[in-house]
Design a protein around this ligand. Structure first.
Ligand code: SAM
Length: 243
């Protein structure tokens, strides 16, 4: 699935383009978990994900844009097999080192992206956190279809991303207010990263994201929005008779 062939190389989106933050930068990787901990409760997020996915020892899971792999390592303790997918080779090497230290041997590593990863067929669960916004909307839709097709019926997709649920008549105040709050609570570097995100990366609106998920075929069991910026979608691949 996906993959660059002779037919599509002229128009296929290049996922290796680093838009916004450079996740191949070793300094960025080394400081990533600490930086996230200043404004995210990552342990709480993992608990919420695992609670929704309800995995057991026969399950398989794919984490797209896995970053430093905190979910991957936790899920590998539960599942039969976990795929760690990231366009950043350095991020994947970091996760591989961590998995070796933890003695986990059921993780496979794919240095690929949403569009060219070789997805497992009849996948039980897919997770993607804070990564889909790296693609423009057309390519987000291609990515969502890839995920949908790979899942088995009843399979689950958990998506967390920066998604705008901003009232447009107040967008300047909302963004300025959010950046000020981020600077005060999580430091200058995190605020600068958010500013760069808004300026250069491809986050979209809540209504577009919901529509894309529906059009990809998903049933959205729950959509949560916080701070007008962060969204969580808990999705299921329904049987056709569930529509
Ligand atoms: C903000 S980090 C999120 C990491 C992790 N999921 C988390 O929740 O902390 C974004 C990650 O997505 C990866 N990424 C960027 N574009 C991608 C793409 N097209 N496909 C897969 N991963 C991508 C980056 O290399 C980076 O590791």
């Amino acid at each position: 699935m996906g993959g660059v062939t002779l037919e599509n190389y002229k128009w296929q989106y290049d996922e290796n383009l680093q838009v916004g933050t450079d996740y191949n930068d070793l300094e960025e990787i080394a400081g990533y978990d600490e930086r996230m901990s200043r404004f995210r409760d990552v342990e709480g997020e993992i608990e919420d994900i695992l609670d929704f996915l309800n995995l057991d020892g026969s399950a398989t899971l794919t984490d797209l844009g896995c970053g430093t792999g905190r979910l991957v390592l936790k899920a590998a303790e539960i599942c039969r097999e976990v795929s760690a997918v990231d366009v950043s080779k350095s991020m994947l090497e970091y996760v591989e080192n961590r998995s070796k230290k933890a003695g986990l041997i059921n993780i496979n590593f794919s240095n690929a992206g949403f569009l060219n990863h070789s997805y497992r067929e009849e996948e039980c669960a897919v997770v993607s956190q804070l990564a889909l916004h790296h693609l423009p909307d057309f390519w987000k839709m291609v990515a969502l279809r890839n995920i949908f097709v790979s899942l088995k019926v009843g399979g689950k997709f958990y998506l967390r991303d920066v998604v705008f649920s901003i009232p447009m008549e107040k967008y300047k105040q909302k963004i300025d207010g959010f950046l000020k709050w981020t600077e005060e609570s999580a430091g200058e570097e995190n605020a600068a990263n958010y500013a760069r995100h808004i300026k250069q990366e491809y986050s979209t609106f809540d209504w577009i994201m919901e529509e894309m998920l529906y059009r990809a075929g998903f049933y959205i069991e729950e959509a949560q929005y916080s701070d007008s910026m962060i969204a969580v979608y808990k999705c299921v691949k329904p049987r056709s008779m569930d529509f």
